[in-house]
Design a protein around this ligand. Sequence first.
Ligand code: DAS
Length: 348
Amino acid sequence: MPVRLTPAFLSVALALSTASLFAADAKSGVVIYATGGTIAGSSASSTDTTDYDAGKLGIETLIKAVPELNQVATVTGEQLANMPSQDMDQKTLMKLSKTISQKLEDPAVHGVVVTHGTDTLEETAFFLDLTVKSEKPVVVVGAMRPATAVGADGPMNLLEAVSLAANDKANGRGTLVVLNDRIGSAFYTTKTNSTMPDTFRAVEQGYLGSFVGITPRFYYSPATPTGKRHFDVSKQESLPKVVILYSYQDQDSALIDAAIKDGAKGIVIAGTGNGSIPTRTKETVKRLMEQGIPVIRSTRTGSGFVSRKEEGIGSGFFNPQKSRILLSLALATGADMATIERYFSAAE
Ligand code: DAS
């Protein structure tokens, strides 16, 4: 099945002929790091949007499919991995973060784009937001329909992501997420729907901006999320293991204990409501905290704040998957319990 080009790209080409709509500096250097996902997905059927293979097409194919990229920036691509994002691991994350940090020091590079599967895109984006220290834009982009599908969203998403990474207005905003014509902050954005193209949202915090044509339009001037920290992983080889356990009626402590036996150095519980957990598990959580093993109580509800807890630590605004990344980075950089509690409190 050929990668679909014609109809969508024709209209993009027409839009590009209106030069005044176009804010990006045509000479900006943008590096695309490809890691796989649906944006590089392929299927034998043009109507297959669920059972295709993610992470099949190489970065050259993705770039060639969107010749308009060259009008937005001087684009180069590098294949860092090619996997469905459920297989993303800390080794690749660390490599990505270190490679991007180094690359952004190059004055010829205005920004970088990371192509990624959407399933764990928010985790990688959050990790990069906390570990890459640069005023230059880092944009993480994916697609919900494979490149071979009717109405594939990947080519336009990629073009918008590169346009954003090439644009001065994206500077100083941390890592950004682009899908479905919208720009989100990696700090808050999460995947909210398993199959729909408008899946990425920050339920309470909203979007930072959107695209008009392929020009990014921000709603606000640059701001830093409250309580955002930087973690230097440049000398780090690996990250401590942190697991997520899902809470439900009848939950007991068996899996918490099993996780610790398996080498977990921290636990995140996707608690019910405001991070509540069954009474019978509280003693275990208390014991782990006393032993210096942090237990973060987040929420399985999909949004909202988890307040301070007597047993364990409330996750603040961080959902379970973001809590896992934050706790792992906190442990890797030697944070003590009080510091970890502060990281999750959403305080400055
Ligand atoms: N399995 C998905 C992944 O790679 C496909 C996608 O959404 O990109 O995350």
